[in-house]
Design a protein. Structure first.
Length: 417
């Protein structure tokens, strides 16, 4: 099994290409003790639709053992480890030639004071290993900039990163599906009403997309795969399929070329020390599968079947509909529609509407912006337009009515005639 990787084209642009069979990178971050990971557990990750696993080894020997297991299970592996901060040259030399290695997860959520140091680490790594990209994952919050980042705006944060860190890919995280108020106990679900979606999440997506286009660097984005208590912005619920679909389809609609889920399984002792309580992961503490495992498996398989629309795509525009629209985005107008769409309305909610091209074809992607409510899409299409179903098959859109009822977080995809 070979998955999509990152290379630098002769023209100097960084692009995502397929090595062998085209697969969208779907990466599970697992902060569990690495000793728990054997071949059967790696195969279980692959069965859930993930193409790679990011682990947290403390020693180089643990990373090498994990790479061997990953190779035997037909999956890729990467590592988030202090080895990149304290011993990066020796660590990279030890793992760089292993065929199961996907990328170097060099740093996570830095503030700007650390950027010069991280820049040197990245340059060191890339001088040793020009095959596997470095990834430095950024914060995704767009407020309290002085407190979180030491800058005046999120745009400045991204610009400072691009100026000082020579990574071939952008990466950021924000976990936008929240419970209104604090949930009191298990089962970590809303007590009253629906979950909320942070509107400034789209501001972050807008900023990262703009930076990606300006720099010629693709970006990767995260989704929350567990319930987390005591997050700065609120509590994340046990993820439902609508929560997962909304996060990942919105990421893809904005052009993400790799998707990372946090957290697949966790080390509860470490989490409790940091006073963040986590629950509802894909694997329980005893290693058995939970309902979340099946939910993310269904979503991953669906995303992979539609990957041909998104992998290597060029986003032309992203607009929003709805009575109110999120912070920092642009409302859809008639002039934003392609010539083959005569009308597009969402009378009972809001949607992300993305126009993108891929492989000489033009697509329109409409994502229900609610994680829990169905959305009505009224759309009039020209003759010859194709409809991309959830299983990836392509049919004549004329077989369907002009009204679609989009499930929570789901995307409807149409292809130009």
């Amino acid at each position: 099994m070979r998955i999509a990787g990152i290379i630098t084209a002769a023209a100097g642009l960084v692009v995502v290409v397929a090595m062998g069979a085209e697969e969208l990178p779907l990466i599970a971050f697992s902060s569990e003790p690495i000793a728990n990971m054997d071949k059967a557990k790696m195969e279980e990750v692959r069965d859930a639709g993930f193409t790679a696993l990011a682990l947290v080894p403390r020693k180089t020997s643990q990373a090498l053992a994990a790479l061997d297991i990953a190779q035997s299970a037909g999956i890729k592996a990467s590592f988030y480890t202090d080895q990149y901060k304290t011993n990066h040259i020796a660590f990279v030399n030890a793992i760089k030639d292993h065929p199961a290695l996907l990328f170097h997860y060099a740093w996570d959520e830095p503030d700007v004071s650390l950027l010069p140091k991280i820049g040197q680490v990245v340059r060191d790594i890339q001088s040793i290993d020009s095959v596997h990209p470095c990834v430095v994952n950024l914060f995704g919050r767009v407020y309290k900039m002085k407190r979180w980042y030491g800058v005046n705006s999120y745009e400045e944060y991204i610009s400072r990163f691009l100026e000082q860190i020579p990574t071939p890919v952008l990466s950021f995280d924000q976990y936008p599906v929240l419970i209104e108020g604090r949930f009191p106990s298990v089962p970590f679900r809303p007590v009253n009403g629906e979950c909320l979606v942070m509107t400034n999440w789209y501001h972050a997506l807008e900023t990262v997309l703009d930076a990606s286009k300006r720099s010629g660097k693709p970006f990767w984005a995260h989704a929350c795969l567990c319930a987390m208590r005591h997050q700065p912005d609120g509590d994340n619920p046990v993820p439902e399929e609508g929560h997962l679909r909304l996060q990942q389809y919105a990421n893809l609609a904005y052009g993400a070329q790799g998707l990372i889920y946090y957290d697949y399984r966790t080390n509860l002792r470490d989490v409790n020390k940091s006073k963040i309580m986590m629950h509802g992961l894909a694997l329980a503490v005893d290693g058995r599968r939970t309902t979340v495992y099946e939910r993310v498996r269904r979503v991953n398989l669906e995303l992979q079947r539609r990957a041909f629309v998104f992998l290597g795509s060029d986003v032309k525009s992203v607009r929003h509909t709805g009575e109110s629209i999120p912070l920092g985005v642009t409302r859809l107008s008639e002039k934003d529609l392609p010539t083959w769409v005569a009308q597009l309305e969402t009378p009972d909610g809001g949607a992300v509407v993305s126009r993108l091209t891929n492989g000489g074809k033009e697509y329109l992607v409409v994502v229900n912006r609610s994680a829990e409510r169905e959305l009505t899409l009224k759309i009039k299409l020209a003759s010859g337009v194709k409809y991309i179903r959830a299983d990836g098959t392509i049919l004549d859109a004329a077989l369907y009515t002009d009204e679609y009822w989009i499930d929570p977080g789901m995307a409807e995809i149409f292809q130009a005639p």
